[in-house]
Design a protein around this ligand. Structure first.
Ligand SMILES: [Zn+2]
Length: 106
């Protein structure tokens, strides 16, 4: 189980208790796409994205969110754009900084 082999594995008691991203007790052991916190018996997979600019590093993916790498990379790029917008807003508190997140409908 690693982001190099990208193979799914069945989550163990040890997985849900250990540190992920330096956060102890499995509190950060979540799917990067839907935020599901993994429990024992779930299927998890690590995708390797740190070779793709803007995609962030190696998301954990749950069974329900699993899809081809290109689609995961696209979602990660979109999510990382939102993160940057929200970080800017947190600094400025200017509502206008959030306007690019509004989906324009006709
Ligand atoms: Zn998920």
């Amino acid at each position: 189980m690693s982001f190099v082999d990208r193979k799914p594995w069945v989550v163990t008691q040890e997985d849900v208790k250990k540190s992920w991203n330096s956060v102890p007790n499995g509190k950060a052991f979540k799917c990067s796409l839907c935020n599901h916190r993994f429990i024992v018996g779930d299927t998890a997979r690590w995708e390797c994205t740190n070779d793709v600019p803007g995609a962030g590093g190696n998301p954990l993916i749950c069974f329900d969110c699993d899809r081809p790498k290109e689609e995961i990379v696209q979602k990660m790029i979109e999510l990382n754009k939102i993160v940057r917008v929200v970080e800017k807003f947190n600094k400025t508190r200017h509502l206008g900084d959030l306007s690019c997140l509004i989906i324009k409908e006709k």
